[in-house]
Design a protein around this ligand. Structure first.
Ligand code: MN
Length: 294
C-alpha cells in the first residue's frame, strides 16, 4: 500500500495516478497540532491497516496531480540519518566534509530536525542572499513500524514499516571560515524533502536492490544502487536502537551515494527510487532574510 498525506493533513491511499481519501479512517488526522497521527496509524497498523483498506473500497479517487502532497509522515518523533554510507561518496566532497573519510560504521548516526521535512508538493528553500554551497543527497528513507530498542540486526527488518524517497539537503562547511555542526547545516526548514508517499514494506521484497537516482534540471547527477550501502538497513537499526528507542513513524535517511553536487534557486530536483516512487521539487530562495545570515 502507498500512503500519502495531503493538504489539511488528510491521508490518502495512492493507486496509479489517483489518490483515495481515507482520512475518516485515520484517528487524529486533520490540522490539529502536533500532526502526529501517522505515528499512531503506523503503531496501530494491525487494526488501522484493515480499516484503511475498507475505507479505500468506498472512497472516490481524485487525480493525484490535483493535490499538494505533504511529507507522508509530517511529525515523526525522530529523523535520523547515516553519514558517509556509500563507498564511492566518501572523499568526493573533500575538504568540505567534517567526516575526514570515516564511514557510517565509525561515525555512527546524526539527527536532522523534524521541522526540516517538506513534502513532494513543496519547495526546497535556500537562505536568502547566501553565498554558501548547498548540496543534494539522494537517499532511501526507512520508516520504522514499531518501537525498537536494542534490536540485533538479525531481527531488525521486522521493525520496518515501509520506505520513501528522501533528499538530504546540506549546507557545506567553508573550511576555516564557517564550520557549523552538521545538525545546523542539514536542518534548515525544507532541507528534508520526504515522499511522495510511504510504500509499505510488503511491496519491497529487497530494499538492498533498488536503483537510487537524482537529476538536477533533467541532468543525471546520482545513479547508484542501495546494494552499495556500507551499513545496511538492519545494521543501521541495530546501531541506532543500541543508543535510543526508535518509535513507530521514525524516519531513517540511509545515506547518499556518489554524485552529490550543488543546487541553486531556479533548479528542479528530481529523485527516483525504484519501486518506491519519484518526486520533483523546485529550489527557491527564501522570501526574506533571516536575522542570522548564512
Ligand atoms: Mn545524507
Amino acid at each position: 500500500m502507498k500512503l500519502a498525506v495531503f493538504e489539511g493533513h488528510r491521508v490518502g491511499v495512492i493507486e496509479g495516478d489517483h489518490l483515495f481519501d481515507v482520512t475518516d479512517a485515520v484517528e487524529g488526522a486533520g490540522p490539529a497540532w502536533p500532526p502526529v497521527y501517522m505515528n499512531r496509524l503506523i503503531a496501530n497498523w494491525e487494526t488501522a491497516g484493515p480499516a484503511i483498506a475498507e475505507k479505500r473500497r468506498t472512497a472516490r479517487g481524485i487525480a493525484l496531480s490535483s493535490v499538494k502532497l505533504l511529507p507522508p509522515n509530517p511529525c515523526p518523533v525522530h529523523v535520523i540519518a547515516a553519514p558517509a554510507n556509500y563507498r564511492k561518496h566518501i572523499g568526493e566532497i573533500g575538504a568540505r566534509s567534517v567526516s575526514k573519510g570515516r564511514t557510517a560504521e565509525q561515525q555512527g548516526f546524526f539527527m536532522k530536525a523534524t521541522a526540516s521535512l517538506v513534502g513532494a508538493g513543496g519547495a526546497i528553500e535556500l537562505p536568502k542572499g547566501s553565498t554558501r554551497r548547498f548540496d543534494h543527497e539522494s537517499e532511501l528513507a526507512v520508516i520504522i513500524g514499531r518501537r525498537a530498542r536494542n534490536v540485533p540486526r538479525s531481527e531488525a527488518m521486522s521493525y520496518v514499516f515501509g520506505y520513501s524517497c528522501l533528499i538530504d539537503v546540506t549546507m557545506r562547511i567553508e573550511p576555516g571560515v564557517a564550520e557549523e555542526e552538521r545538525v545546523t547545516r542539514k536542518s534548515f526548514e525544507t532541507f528534508t524533502p520526504l515522499g511522495p508517499w510511504i510504500v509499505t514494506a510488503d511491496e519491497i521484497p529487497d530494499p538492498h536492490a533498488l536503483r537510487n537516482r537524482l537529476w538536477v534540471n533533467g541532468e543525471p547527477r546520482q545513479d547508484a544502487n542501495t546494494r552499495d550501502m556500507i551499513v545496511n538497513i538492519p545494521a543501521l537499526i541495530e546501531l541506532i536502537s543500541s543508543v535510543m528507542t526508535l518509535n513507530p513513524g521514525d524516519v531513517i535517511a540511509s545515506g547518499t551515494p556518489e554524485g552529490v553536487g550543488p543546487i541553486a534557486p531556479g533548479d528542479r530536483i528530481r529523485i527516483s527510487i525504484e519501486s518506491v516512487g519519484e518526486m520533483t521539487l523546485p529550489v527557491v530562495e527564501a522570501a526574506g532574510f533571516s536575522p542570522r545570515r548564512f
